[in-house]
Design a protein around this ligand. Structure first.
Ligand SMILES: [Zn+2]
Length: 362
């Protein structure tokens, strides 16, 4: 039986362990200890992802997955349980993304283990650095993974919310080199990297561009001191779209903006690097992982809500590696903010759903 007290404790224990991206060791140890007691074979891959399989396994294994890292500010999190809601006491995120997902899976396993259900045909994948453009999943050796259907616990809202589409994500970095000069003595000898950046940024779109496209300049770093013409500046940006045509157009917009700005500031140097970090998907109703989730939701008396997402998850990478994948809600709201909360009833549903999926399919 799903146990509310145990589940709440597991969640609070997990969020109390700091695990910002790149520092997942302690949380991985916590999971490993729990799984070892259930006779999983555990493998930590070269990148530090945790992959666990049951003794009886085949390529028909069901894959359950969540990520181990959290975003900042996520250190020293103190969870507060207030009736049906959990929030963080101080000005940090709660870490429900993705510790609620981890909790849902672990509670389902605890419950089944307790009732002597034989765990078999299961693969668990707990990734590192999902929040850094899915780095952990991108480093997974998929040839070693048993299973072709994955349920990923990493969505916002209750577990009945299923993510059925996600955009392509392009990141770009622009490095601008101007020329330094004393701002008061000989400013005409300088070329301001900040002025170049403003010219360039004014040529670029920002925000939501259409139903399926967003564009953002997220970070600028430049200049050295108040009284010098700034010589160097770095820009980090991204865009996301579900349309290949829009992606091509935006890549072109970016290149033209750089070229035009370069022509206006001939003696400067502008370096543009862009990269597709993950690719779009949209699930059709025949997706076998989706069918599994819909059936188990139905068994629990819940009906699915299909929803597109503007974000990426490990699902983007799993799908690209021929694993039928579906991403479901884990009871979290306000992900990536200090107002993040977890609903205990939704988290219980998440664990119950996970338990039902295991019971019905393994
Ligand atoms: Zn997440």
């Amino acid at each position: 039986m799903i146990n509310r007290e145990r589940l709440t404790k597991t969640f609070c224990d997990l969020v109390s362990i700091d695990s910002p991206s790149g520092e997942e060791d302690k949380v991985r140890d916590f999971i490993e200890e729990k799984l070892s007691a259930m006779q999983f074979q555990i493998n930590i891959d070269n990148y530090g992802n945790l992959i666990a399989t049951t003794n009886e396994s085949s390529n028909n294994n069901i894959i359950l997955s969540a990520h181990m890292d959290t975003v900042e500010p996520g250190r020293g999190i103190i969870p507060v349980v207030d009736k049906d809601t959990i929030y963080s006491k101080e000005d940090t995120i709660l870490g429900g993304d993705c510790k609620a997902g981890l909790t849902g899976i672990l509670e389902a396993l605890d419950s089944l283990h307790e009732s002597n259900h034989e765990l078999k045909n299961l693969t668990l994948i707990f990734t590192r650095e999902e929040e850094v453009a899915l780095l952990g999943a991108r480093h997974l050796d998929f040839s070693q993974i048993l299973g072709e259907k994955a349920i990923i616990f990493d969505g916002e809202g209750p577990p009945s919310i299923i993510t059925n589409s996600s955009p392509t994500y392009v990141s770009f970095d622009i490095e601008i080199t101007g020329r330094a000069a004393h701002a008061g003595v000989e400013p005409e000898k300088g070329i301001s990297a900040i002025k170049i950046a403003t010219t360039l940024i004014n040529k670029l779109p920002q925000g939501r561009l259409d139903d399926e496209t967003t564009f953002n300049i997220g970070k600028i770093e430049g200049g050295s001191v108040r009284n010098a013409v700034p010589a160097n500046l770095y820009i980090e940006g991204e865009f996301r779209t579900s349309s290949i045509e829009t992606m091509d157009n935006l890549n072109q917009t970016l290149s033209i903006a750089v070229e035009e700005t370069q022509n206006e500031f001939e003696e400067s140097k502008i370096n543009l690097k862009s990269e597709i970090l993950f690719e779009k998907y949209s699930l059709d109703n025949e997706n076998s992982a989706l069918k599994i989730v819909v059936q188990s939701l139905d068994n629990l008396g819940l009906s699915p809500t299909l929803k597109g997402s503007g974000g990426g998850t490990d699902g983007n990478i799993f799908l690209k590696n021929s694993i039928e994948s579906v991403v479901i809600g884990m009871g979290v709201k306000g992900m990536h903010t200090i107002n993040e909360t977890v609903s205990i009833p939704d988290l219980i549903d998440c664990a119950s759903l996970c338990e039902n999926i295991i019971q019905q399919n393994t």
